[in-house]
Every structure is written in structure tokens, then in C-alpha cells.
Design a protein around this ligand. Sequence first.
Ligand code: GLU
Length: 318
Amino acid sequence: MGANACNSPYRGRFAPSPTGPLHAGSLVAALASWLDARAHAGQWLVRLEDVDTPRCVPGAAEHILQQLATLGLLSDGPVWVQSQRSAAYAAALTQLQANGLAYPCACTRKDIELALQAQGRSKERHTELVYPGTCRNGTGGRESRAWRLNTCAAQNFKQNLPPSLSSTDFFATPVDTVWHDRRLGTQRQNVPQAVGDFVLHRADGLWPYQLAVVVDDAAQGITHVVRGEDLADNTPRQLLLQQALGLPQPSYMHTPLVRGANGEKLSKQNSAAALDLQDPLATLNAAAAVLGLPPQQGHLVDVLAAWTQHWKHAWAAS
Ligand code: GLU
């Protein structure tokens, strides 16, 4: 894996997508990342992840920043906006292409479904299809639509080694990516098998989350990522990209999810209610309870300071 960033001064971030206002689930991640930064006497940065423009809702970015401000959670630096960062993502793609780690793909979703069906693997995943690697050998004369990471080659890639020692073998044996999560412990995923060669540049011209998040975490010098557990299984893809791009690897902690009455995780997709900001303290106490922090009363600043002390005891050494 890439160089470890943990010896640098702490820089954390909260990176909401402006696809709607924050809900009780996203506040847990916001509060945890803020407390972790304060407990390490570090910086906390807010970044708006608006690369998936069709899913973004006008006014949601301003709404989110307003919600955070009402809760006393203010970015320690300028708020980065991913839609303004296309040049950096394009440069990262160029670097991956130059190192033979990216390849053009001509497949439509239908093509991928048919290829998986032919292999008897169509039901493996409900939402994301595991790309069967069809275009690794070339697009067969079909028009290229997207770019994908060759995950097997990326696993073997070592930056700064002479080409003879740095394998970009397209067909290397897939192996598990193993990583440590500060809350979940040792995690592993075989990215080529579990996810397949994932997209680096979308057919519609948009930049995907995986590439944008890795490029920006590095560009902002993020040393610690604290975010919701729903993203834990995205981490190995991000580790692979960091390795392929020669970027430092932050430490990761994934926080508990909030479930609705139906047992499903709260999300904007299942219309989780926006936060109640009539009573910011009650709203913060609900998020803190999910993180195992004791209820607090008083001024917002004092309440946040008290939880910072609790957090320090529980997590600062991890
Ligand atoms: N933008 C992502 C979301 O809102 C979070 C990404 C991250 O924290 O890495 O779910």
C-alpha cells in the first residue's frame, strides 16, 4: 500500500453529497468525524461531493452547510466542491492510463448483464454488477464508452519501481485487499472478484465517486477518514486506487448506521427526514447516542467539548 499519512498532522473531513439535506444517519458521520478531529487537535474540513450531478438537488449544498452551522460544526478551511475539480480527476486518469492500469470499455449495462448471465453469475449483486472483464482484451472494435481500472494489475503495481519490477500484468491472480478499520477491526475484500474492474470515467462523462474521493482525500492531505459503515466496502477500492496513483493511505473508521423503523438504513433514497433543527441539542444527543456517547445538556460548545473528551478516551489512541 502507499505511504502512510498517519504521522502527518491530523486532517479529517466530512464529505456529504448534496442529494438532499442531512438526515439523522449522515449527522452521525458528521459528528464522529468532527469529534475525532477535535480529539486529535486536528483540522476538520467539509467537502461537497457533487460529482454525480443528476442526483444533486439544487439548494441542498447550502442547506447542508446551514444545518452543520446550526449544530456548531464548522469547516476549518474552505469548503471544497468536487464539480470544480475535474482537471485533477482527469490528471489522475491520465496517470493510470500512462501506467497501463486503465482500459477503455465499450460495454453497456445490458452487455454486462448478458455476459454475467452467460457465466451463470447474474444474481451475485443486486445493485452493482461485478464487471466480468470483457474489455480487458480490447473493445473488439466497439466504441469505447468508459474507462475502467484493471484491478488485478493495480494490486501488483508498485509506484517508483523500474518497469521490470513493477508488474502491470493485466491477468495477475486476484488477491484479498486487507485493511484495518479503527472500529470494525481487520477487513478484507477481493476487489477483482467482489467488485470487478470498476469505472474511472463514466460513459456519461461524469467522474465517479471512487476516483474523486481518492484524489481529493490526497489533495487535501486527509490523514483520517471517519464516515458511515455503508461505505466500508468501498474502502478496498480506494486503497487500490491510492496504491495505483502512489498516494498516501489515510486511516479509516466506519461509524454505526442509523436504521429506520423498518430496519433499513436511513438514506436520502428511502426519504429519511431532514434533521430537526428546532432543537439542535436534542438532534445532536440522538446522534451522540448512536456513537455510544452519554447525553449532555447545556451550551452547544460545552456539550461538544464534553463529547470530545469522551471521544479522546475511547478512540484517540486508535
Ligand atoms: N459523499 C459520500 C456520501 O455522501 C461520502 C463519501 C465519503 O465520506 O467518503 O455518502
